[in-house]
Design a protein. Structure first.
Length: 492
């Protein structure tokens, strides 16, 4: 079969169960595509071919014995922020260029336990700080829809790998949009779950009160399959919530679109810098949902202007604390020939971290320092609470809230936006993390340059099933999610 990469997760699961093809064949098919096509996309940092084939053989044995999990034998790629035992985990940083974790992240362990096959680790902005994946020490990843454009970030490798059909599904993480924005830039479906739904154990920390892992895939249905594997309580993550996990696949048709109240924040559609094509595609998708029976309700989210400044104080503050562990002593990069301890710290950190990471450590350290702590950090925490309350008030009147995932489509590689320009591009995604809410991106068409546009739906706490179900039904009635970049059409 030459078109195994065309199949959805449900089709792959059925094909494996009924022995139409083996996991070994499927895995070899993907490895061949990676070898041939990924040099143009550069989504993988590490390809784990040998381990993948061994896992595929084990899955085939389980499938034969009839005791396999629904996803056994299906390949996936992990963002290089999830620790993988025995395999390098770099977080896109020179600091961790030689880091091999002694244990698996819970997300990785759960995927393994379900029999999923790890194809490798995919590229990302260094320590998940960025929106283009250009901040990776291994270099930029290309957007499969236009190779001279970025795939978004920070989970740009995950998005590019799936959009080029170099993995059927991938894991990502989202601290301020890093699942939703690259999904938007690459025409994919990506879900950022409620804070605490997916374990952060073994996921290299950027901003611990905001970080959350989730699935990136071609459709809501594919995301639901991966969510069924990775969601759940984990005693090893103190912020993981001990709450029953939905069967996201069984619930795919569980939410009625008819009568669904979708809030349209006035402030969101008047943002300076909102691209006209993005606005038009998002509005068309909302019209489609309205045709399917949804009710569009204009709402106010008055805190919109506070999103970017609040996030860009809290996230760097937490990052400066989290990244203090990289001191050149315990693990990670160490400079050559330090003359004394201070020199060891200074040079290891200056040489090991890239420019954006250093900028954030400086901002965060400043915001946390005595004398500025109350004015910046404490103030930002208070505003964070107001942002959350703004959403909760809105949810008294609507079921979900609609927004673009990003104000623009993908930028050119090397566009070299200033830090503030780059940060402003995160306007639609940051507040969801500040409030801890779940949100999903769905592809809803293309701009004049044939680059994908994404619709974001934000739900109340624990509404992952609802979000997946709405997007699933939208995808049953539209075909945007079935469109493939030309490079994905290439057969290896
Ligand atoms: N672009 C945002 C940032 O740079 C969000 C990144 C993320 O979600 N990891 O912080």
């Amino acid at each position: 079969m030459t078109d195994l990469h065309r199949l959805s997760i449900r089709e792959l699961s059925e094909g494996l169960k009924t022995a139409q093809f083996s996991s070994r064949e499927l895995t070899e098919h993907y490895l061949k595509r990676i070898a041939q096509i990924d040099p143009k996309v550069k989504s993988y940092v590490t390809v784990t071919a040998e381990q993948a084939l061994a896992e595929a053989n084990a899955a085939d044995a389980a499938l034969k014995a009839g005791n396999a999990h629904a996803l056994a034998g299906i390949p996936l790629a992990h963002k290089d922020i999830f620790c993988t035992q025995g395999i390098k985990t770099t977080a896109g940083s020179k600091m961790l260029d030689n880091f091999i974790s002694p244990y698996d992240a819970t997300v990785v362990a759960k995927a393994k336990a379900a029999g999923l096959v790890t194809l490798g680790k995919v590229n990302m902005d260094e320590f998940a700080m960025g929106s283009t994946s250009e901040n990776s020490y291994v270099g930029a990843t290309s957007n499969p829809w236009a190779l001279d454009h970025v795939p978004g970030g920070s989970s740009g490798g995950s998005a590019a790998a799936v959009a080029a059909d170099l993995a059927p599904i991938a894991t990502g993480t989202d601290t301020g949009g890093s699942i939703r924005q690259p999904a938007s830039f690459c025409g994919l479906t990506g879900l950022k779950p409620t804070y605490g739904r997916v374990s952060r154990f073994g996921m290299i920390a950027y901003a611990s009160s905001l970080d959350q892992g989730g699935p990136m895939a071609r459709s809501a249905e594919d995301c639901a399959y991966l969510m069924n594997v990775i969601a759940g309580h984990d005693a090893k993550d103190s912020t993981s919530i001990n709450k029953e996990v939905d069967d996201y696949v069984a619930n795919l048709n569980g939410t009625a679109v008819k009568g669904l109240r979708i809030g349209i924040p006035k402030q969101y559609f008047n943002v300076a810098g909102l691209d006209a094509d993005v606005k038009a595609r998002v509005e068309e998708s909302l019209k489609k949902l309205e045709d399917m029976g949804a009710i569009l309700v204009e709402i106010d989210l008055n805190m919109t202007e506070a999103y970017v400044p609040t996030y860009y104080l809290i996230a760097p503050a937490e990052a400066s604390s989290n990244l203090s562990r990289f001191d050149g002593v315990r693990y990670g990069y160490r400079c050559e020939n330090p003359v004394d301890l201070m020199d060891l710290y200074k040079r290891s950190r200056s040489e090991g971290f890239g420019a954006e990471v250093q900028r954030r450590i400086l901002i965060g350290t400043y915001a946390l320092s005595a004398g500025y702590y109350d004015a910046y950090y404490v103030k930002a925490q208070k505003v964070r609470r107001l942002i959350q309350q703004d959403f909760l008030k809105a949810f008294e009147n609507v079921d979900v809230i609609a927004a673009p995932s990003a104000p623009t489509t993908a930028y050119k590689i090397g566009a070299n936006l200033s830090p503030t320009e780059m940060y402003l591009g995160d306007i639609y995604t940051l507040a969801v993390n500040l409030a801890g809410l779940p949100a999903i991106n769905a592809p809803v068409g293309f701009d004049k340059d044939s680059l994908p546009v994404g619709l974001q739906l934000i739900g109340n706490y624990w509404s992952e099933s609802q979000l997946l179900s709405i997007v699933h039904q939208y995808q049953q009635n539209t075909d945007w999610h079935t469109k493939r970049a030309a490079i994905a059409e290439e057969n290896a």
